[in-house]
Design a protein around this ligand. Sequence first.
Ligand code: BTN
Length: 332
Amino acid sequence: MNTLLTQLKIRKGEWISGEALSREMGISRTAVWKQIRGLKARGYSIEASTRKGYRFLTAPDLLLSEEIRTGLETRVFGRGDIFCFPEADSTNNRAKALAEAGAPEGALVLAEAQSGGRGRRGRNWFSPAGSGIYMSLILRPGIPPAEAARITLMSSVAVAEAVAAVARLDVKIKWPNDVLAGAKKIAGILTEISTEMDSVNYVVVGIGINVGHRPADFPPDIRSSAGSIFSETGRAVSRTELIRSVITLFESHYFELKTRGFQNIRIKWCGLSGVLGRSVVVESPGGRIRGTAESIDGDGSLLVRNRSGVLKRLFSGDVFIEEGRPGGGGKK
Ligand code: BTN
């Protein structure tokens, strides 16, 4: 897209005269100046000089659709509508409302802050302004409901790979979809589906990533278990760059899942897993199970061999890794 912003950005740090910009854009010099004023009001740093013209310096670290689109090479996700809200109750709620109103696959909802961010199993998701990523993607995969869990696992692979690449951080996935750096949870995924008869009408994949939080920012009840990219690396990363990376990997894995099935995603998930082969306790709706996490199945369930040697299949729950106990250890 040939916007004034694009023209300025491709010559970042260089002076461009108002006259050249007005010629290239086919608009008056006053219109150029008005657009520059608008960009500055949105947080862009652009120097202006009566003799030399304009010089683009930096973009704000705000979530802006045109920033996210810049350099995004996806085909569907993030190509159409990107909704950026200063605050939402929950981006998943907004995405579900949009999906109900007919929004197509690929639509993206983002918020700077959430007043009612939701986590798995009825929990809250801590969502302060400016330091996290709160995003939801709309999917229309046309699959039977029984296969929807694969999308959640696939999403956790995309998020883990994006965090590892952008933040240069060693991360692991804790079943089903917590992304951990060491023992700290830095990202989570909440997948919600709407079904019609025996097929999925739409899926909303909600992704929360803790980016710039300092340890003291977290509420006391999650301070020991939650972390952020900044708290674990001491480095600040661009949320926009991370979002682009998540969307790109997400799309690639989603198409892989749709065209070739779960096998390759499952291999990637197992490679990133922090639970397989470990001694775990799983709190599931059916009760508590202690054993060794052996594998995940094609339906996304976790297979845990209990101390009596019986293989248990779990469809939901919270996994706790038993410190220092690799799988196969004796009774505790
Ligand atoms: C979890 O419990 O691990 C899942 C957390 C999911 C949080 C994200 S933030 C964006 C989206 N909107 C929500 O309300 N929740 C998800």
